[in-house]
Design a protein around this ligand. Structure first.
Ligand SMILES: [Zn+2]
Length: 436
């Protein structure tokens, strides 16, 4: 079946395009992009209303789908439903499941569940170390052949410099990036919040930014030593941006991502509006305003390569405990686009083109996966954004199984109008006035 997206503003950073053109989808591929594409018999014509943006399908390179093992928090199917409702046509899922994705059996299981769900594309990320124990390398060749696109011990850092060195060398043989959750565990200790005024006021144990940046510096040095490719996950501290800038300036193969919660919120949220709110407990923690501004600067100046959500669903009961005992993490798939449009684009910090670059070609390039462009012949993964749509975040109606978001009730400008994966319309937001 052919579908013609007619007359919309198309923003496709990979091709340097920002223009009102038509996009013709034929089956699961982009067939043509251009002005006034003639309509053949049998083609479904979709008039794109003024104000909507047609862009390459967004890719979230950092999510936790929790299956296998923690299906009370999320399943591959519920996570994929949340993804497409959030405008993501593809997600890369971290290996800290139960059991850990450190072998082909788990990778194939996740891919089978993703095929059954048949919504967003799912790219599994394999473990760096067996059982994510930080001791022996996992069989990275086996993970690659089973379908993993990267390796990470996320949830934990790659434990030692030697293990990181070996991982970079081994993964490099398969053209895979090593994604690191940078955290010096001796500095982090049993900290639960950013080390600073808010934590001190509430009597919470702090985690300094250096717990992250020391590891980021280590990883940059090892990327340089090995020629391997390292990606810093959910960068939160200003000092870590310096590590990435230093590495990039020296030609080390280092990239980084930031999350919407780190560029929108600060640790003031620990105190107000709800003191000790476990919905603002995440790892790395929300940091202070200086860090938040540093992250914004990194987004603007190109130091930051991608926006990722670190979607970390937890059941209500697990978060409904004392702050110290609550698990780290919040959901992110269904709020990322609205937060990014509202706080990055409408604030004037960056253009729509830059935002799309951070959410589609950026992650595609880092992971080496298809997508991220509307090139002719590319997979027909398309997101249609509604930058001016007024959105009220509603946790209770989210597709994710878990509702642990600090953004419930927030009013934001910007949302998702529709999501198309492999030529199939998998999500339409009725509020956006689009007839797919
Ligand atoms: Zn992490």
């Amino acid at each position: 079946m052919k579908r013609l997206l007619k007359g919309g503003r198309v923003i496709d950073p990979a091709n340097g395009r920002d223009a009102h053109v038509d996009v013709l989808i034929d089956g699961d591929r982009i067939s043509r992009v251009g002005r006034d594409i003639p309509v053949e018999a049998g083609t479904r014509v979709v008039e794109i209303p003024a104000g909507l943006i047609v862009c390459p399908g967004l890719i979230d390179m950092h999510v936790h789908l929790r299956e296998p093992g923690q299906e009370h928090k999320e399943t591959v199917a519920s996570g994929c439903a949340a993804a497409v409702a959030g405008g993501f046509t593809a997600v890369a899922c971290m290996p800290n499941t139960v059991p850990v994705n450190d072998n082909a059996g788990v990778t194939e299981y996740v891919l089978k569940k993703a095929a059954e769900a048949n919504l967003a594309r799912v790219y599994p990320i394999g473990a760096v170390s067996r059982g994510q124990l930080g001791e022996q390398l996992a069989d990275i060749a086996e993970l690659r052949h089973a379908g993993c696109v990267a390796v990470s011990d996320d949830g934990h850092p790659v434990a030692t410099a030697l293990l990181m060195r070996r991982a970079l060398e081994y993964a490099g043989m398969f053209k895979m990036v090593v994604i690191d959750h940078c955290e010096d565990q001796t500095l982090k200790g049993d900290g639960v919040a950013n080390e600073g005024f808010a934590a001190t006021t509430l009597g919470l144990r702090g985690i300094p930014g250096e717990a992250e940046s020391i590891m980021a510096h280590r990883d940059v040095a090892l990327a340089e030593l090995t020629g391997g490719v390292v990606h810093i996950a959910h960068l939160s501290a200003r000092q870590s941006l310096d590590a990435v800038r230093y590495g990039k300036a020296r030609g080390a193969r280092v990239t980084c991502e930031v999350t919407p919660h780190h560029f929108v919120l600060t640790d003031d949220m620990l105190i107000s509006p709800r003191p000790y709110d476990t919905h603002v407990k995440m790892n790395p923690p929300l940091r202070d305003e200086i860090d938040r501004m540093a992250i914004l600067a990194g987004i603007v100046d190109g130091t930051v390569d991608a926006i990722a959500t670190d979607h970390a669903p937890h059941h209500y009961d697990e978060k409904d405990v004392e702050f110290d005992r609550a698990p780290f993490g919040i959901t992110g798939l269904e709020t990322a686009v609205s937060l990014s449009l509202d706080r990055l684009v409408h604030s004037g910090a960056i253009t729509l083109l830059r935002l799309i670059e951070l959410m589609a070609p950026g992650p595609a390039r880092i992971l080496g996966v298809p997508g991220g462009s509307l090139s002719e012949g590319a997979p027909a993964d398309v997101t249609i954004l509604a930058p001016d749509l007024r959105v009220t975040v509603s946790a209770s109606t989210m597709r994710s199984k878990s509702k642990n978001t600090p953004f419930d009730g927030w009013q934001l400008r910007g949302g998702v109008a529709a999501t198309v994966v492999a030529g199939r319309v998998v999500y339409v937001n009725d509020a956006a006035g689009l007839q797919m």
